[in-house]
Design a protein around this ligand. Structure first.
Ligand code: SF4
Length: 87
């Protein structure tokens, strides 16, 4: 399982979540080339250890455990995973 970043992050990209993640599972970071063009931040489902630290850092409450993603946000499970395909 993993945590998932949903639509409130679009255009927000606060990045406080990145600073608390112990396994560097959230990208792009501000120092990565695609930060400016990415519409939101994404959690890598392969590396996230479900610690939950990022949830409380998000000012727009965009992050959920996979099993708690609201029904109208469920497409973001795939959207997060897709960002890491081929990386
Ligand atoms: Fe990182 Fe923990 Fe958030 Fe997963 S739940 S993205 S490991 S801070």
């Amino acid at each position: 399982m993993a945590h998932v970043i949903t639509s409130p992050c679009i255009g927000t990209k606060n990045t406080q979540c990145i600073t608390v993640c112990p396994v560097d599972a959230i990208h792009p970071r501000r120092d990565e080339p695609d930060f400016e063009t990415a519409s939101q931040l994404y959690i890598n489902p392969e590396t996230c250890i479900d610690c939950g630290l990022c949830v409380h850092e998000c000012p727009v409450r965009a992050i959920f455990p996979m099993n708690d993603v609201p029904a109208d946000q469920h497409q973001f499970v795939q959207i997060n995973a897709d960002y890491y395909k081929g990386k």
